[in-house]
Write a protein that binds this ligand. Structure first.
Ligand SMILES: Cc1cc2nc3c(=O)[nH]c(=O)nc-3n(C[C@H](O)[C@H](O)[C@H](O)COP(=O)(O)O)c2cc1C
Length: 337
């Protein structure tokens, strides 16, 4: 059934298809036409009880407009954002491209979002009872030296509404953002955010875990350095990975050389390497949430075997449809050693 719908949707511009699909999904949900799926395969990670291990990755619902409808597909958790302090339009269109022969997407959306206040309003309206991650970033025109301020503003605002907060320093579409992954920047950022977390935990009498989302294009030494920082600053989780700047295997395809981040099947091996490398240092002290090219049970199993505790999908949902959530949830507690 989904493949029939996909055939129609793939005739449209990718960004148009995106909004039509989400609007229809929300309409179906509101009209109670959507068969709500609840997949129970619970897992405790970062002191959160996840109903199942399969989450929606950030970027699909940047403004928190479709939380309940997306959750009804069976996800164990939903991550909204990336949200920035102020609204911003993102890059010029077209900025999202399909590469069907590679089961991949390239995007250079550039954190198009309506700002943190709009997101919070939507979260309040949703009255969502499930696990909600909120992914935060910086505005495109905030200098890297002042980036911490943007993260702090977002963190202060979203804290009361989040099950966990993801600090996104790995989007390739905001100039200079990935520099925040380098040791000196990262240590300053993590120091400030951990301070904020402690203050906010006191104020709201609840501890909200902080996850860091990293890129797949790091050198092995850089991954090791990040892992050491995660341990040093007691970060609650790490999401590996965001999209890649690499183009191996897709250069010959239409749109294969578009600027932006590549996601889906060609990303899998890179993300898996990052997860394995992180796990070498982190062991099970800090949970790893794997993301990148999970298109079937095969990739999901590989990530779990490499030490990941949870899985997130984006491109796999576009290409395989919601049945992928169910399939992945089924394997999420099985780790083949
Ligand atoms: C169109 C699009 C927009 C995205 N926007 C964001 C974003 O705003 N913040 C973020 O952290 N990741 C964003 N991502 C990255 C995904 O969350 C995910 O890390 C990446 O796509 C790899 O997973 P996948 O191969 O399952 O898609 C975006 C991905 C796509 C395809």
């Amino acid at each position: 059934m989904y493949f029939l719908i996909r055939k129609l949707l793939f005739k449209l511009q990718p960004e148009t298809a995106h909004y039509i699909t989400l609007s229809l999904l929300k309409l179906a949900y509101n009209c109670k036409l959507l068969n709500k799926k609840k997949i129970t395969a619970p897992k405790q990670v970062a002191n959160i009880q996840f109903p199942n291990s399969v989450g929606l990755a950030a970027g699909l619902d940047k403004n928190g407009e479709y939380i309940n409808a997306l959750s009804a597909l069976g996800f164990g958790f939903i991550e909204v954002g990336t949200v920035t302090p102020k609204p911003q339009p993102g890059n010029a269109k077209p900025r999202l491209f399909r590469l069907p022969a590679a089961n991949a997407l390239i995007n250079r959306m550039g954190f198009n979002n309506k700002g943190v206040d709009f997101l919070i309003n939507n979260i309040k309206k949703a009255q969502f009872a499930g696990i909600l991650g909120i992914n935060i970033g910086k505005n495109f025109n905030t200098a890297i030296e002042n980036a911490v301020d943007d993260y702090v503003v977002c963190m202060q605002k979203v804290y009361p509404y989040a099950s966990y907060i993801t600090v996104n320093i790995s989007s390739p579409n905001t100039q200079g953002l990935r520099n925040l992954q380098t040791a000196s920047h990262l240590q300053n950022l993590l120091t400030c955010l951990k301070d904020q977390q402690a203050t906010l935990a006191k104020r709201y009498q609840k501890y909200i875990p902080l996850f860091l989302k990293i890129a797949p294009d790091l050198k092995l030494e850089e991954i090791d350095e990040i892992a050491v920082s995660l341990l040093k600053y007691n970060i609650d989780g790490v999401i590996a990975t965001n999209t890649t700047l690499a183009r191996e295997g897709v250069q010959q395809l239409s749109y294969g050389n578009e600027q932006g981040g590549l996601s889906g099947q060609p990303l899998f091996n890179k993300s898996l390497l990052v997860v394995k490398r992180l796990h070498n240092t982190l062991q099970d002290k800090i949970p790893i949430i794997a993301c990148g090219g999970i298109m079937s049970v095969r990739e999901g199993k590989a990530f779990l075997n490499a030490g990941a505790r949870l899985l997130q999908i984006y491109t796999g949902l576009i290409y395989q449809g919601p049945k992928l959530i169910n399939e992945l949830a089924g394997i999420s507690n099985i780790v083949i050693k």
